[in-house]
Write a protein that binds this ligand. Structure first.
Ligand code: NAD
Length: 352
């Protein structure tokens, strides 16, 4: 099969890890007789430097016409000035909105051989296998009005948390569908004791729960969920939540896996196309050293094969190779080992 993939390596370690994921995809293409055509574009800080915009219209158009997009990471101290008129994160939000990727899937699995890399007690981590489904294009990050002004002689800042019923419904339905292929349990996270948008969220979750009686639904307040992720993560299966709660809870959940560098994500739209990226940032502290862990990006490429291209066998072959590589004791610096980004990928490729 033929697929067009737009690559957005971005800033910092982004290009280092995307290069390795492309190597893995090229092995898949030759082994399973597919053709992947890669088109590389600038996005984030590097795009601000070259074009004066974190995401140009041309790059967005290329991403929209591709079968899938693989992103590294964007941002860094060079573009951190809060007064700047464009920032790398703006490009990321515009990309998500432009692609219509309304659901972000972040699997968090604790590999048995890495249990000691997590700050949590080993007995808390056994059997942890969570899929966080985060709403990605609504809520506080996109609501309007938003901005700063002066009112009654005081400086004021406003953000708006807004959700339409259809935005909640589509992400909730996706969570239930995904739960059916897993342990059939959905934890819907909200703040319904305080927020009106959360009461709408809970109402729709309850309705979809009734339509899917084979899936167990529990409602949980976001404060309880943040505790539960640390005190009893093994009890959770699919966790579905709104944009900002998901942003925070997924970073908390990443601690369970031992390193930010391990975790992939998939952002899905109504069409088959999607945006795939590791959950970590551009890691300016290690950029250019060749020591970044490439696994989060390589597993994101596997998610791309599964969700956008429906190549389940190929996706599983990458995931199995990563598992075997970790089991064999191969480690990059973030996991306390000596391997470089390239050497870690070589180990994975040798097991594919
Ligand atoms: P970060 O994820 O870049 O780094 C946090 C820590 O984890 C650092 O110590 C880093 O070295 C380590 N780390 C991250 N990925 C790693 C990997 N693959 N291998 C080994 N170690 C890894 O988060 P940060 O430092 O808060 O942010 C740095 C920049 O990245 C900021 O400009 C931020 O805005 C941006 N950022 C971008 C994204 C994105 O592109 N999606 C996400 C988060 C942060």
């Amino acid at each position: 099969m033929n697929f067009n993939i737009t690559l957005l390596p971005g800033d910092g370690i982004g290009p280092e890890v995307v290069t390795e994921a492309v190597r893995v995809l090229e092995i898949i293409a030759s082994k399973y007789n597919h053709a992947f055509a890669f088109a590389e574009r600038l996005m984030g800080g590097c795009s601000i430097d070259k074009f004066g915009s974190s995401l140009t219209d041309e790059t967005l158009a290329d991403c929209k016409s591709a079968d899938a997009v693989l992103l590294g990471a964007v941002g860094g101290p060079k573009w951190d000035d809060p007064a700047a008129k464009d920032r790398p994160e703006r490009g990321l939000l515009a990309l998500r909105k432009g692609l219509g990727v309304f659901a972000n899937l972040r699997p968090v699995k604790v590999h048995p051989a890495l249990i000691d890399s997590s700050p949590l007690k080993p007995e808390k981590l056994e059997g942890v296998d969570i899929l966080v489904v985060r709403e990605l294009t609504g809520g506080l990050y996109f609501g309007w009005p938003k901005g700063r002004d002066f009112k009654d002689g005081r400086e004021r800042a406003v953000d708006t948390l807004e959700y339409y019923d259809y935005e909640v419904k589509r992400v909730m339905e996706l969570a239930f569908t995904l739960a059916k292929g897993r342990k059939k349990k959905v934890t819907s996270v909200d703040k319904a004791n305080v927020l009106e948008s959360s009461r709408l969220w809970r109402q729709i979750a309850t309705k979809i729960g009734k339509e899917n009686p084979d899936v167990e639904l529990e409602h949980m307040l976001v404060d309880t969920a943040s505790m539960r992720l640390i005190t009893g993560p093994a009890w959770m299966d699919v966790v579905v939540t709104e944009n900002m709660f998901g942003d925070i809870l997924t970073d908390e959940a990443s601690v369970l896996a031992g390193s930010m560098g391990m975790l992939p994500s998939a952002s899905l739209s109504e069409s088959a196309s999607g945006l795939y990226e590791p959950i970590h940032g551009s890691a300016p502290d290690i950029a250019g050293k060749g020591i970044a862990n490439p696994i989060g990006t390589i597993l994101s490429a596997a998610m791309m094969l599964r969700h956008s291209f429906k190549l389940e066998v190929e996706a599983a072959s990458i995931e199995n190779a990563v598992d075997a590589t970790i089991t064999a004791g191969c480690r990059t610096a973030d996991l306390g080992g000596p391997l470089s980004t390239r050497q870690m990928t070589d180990e994975i490729i040798s097991r594919m």
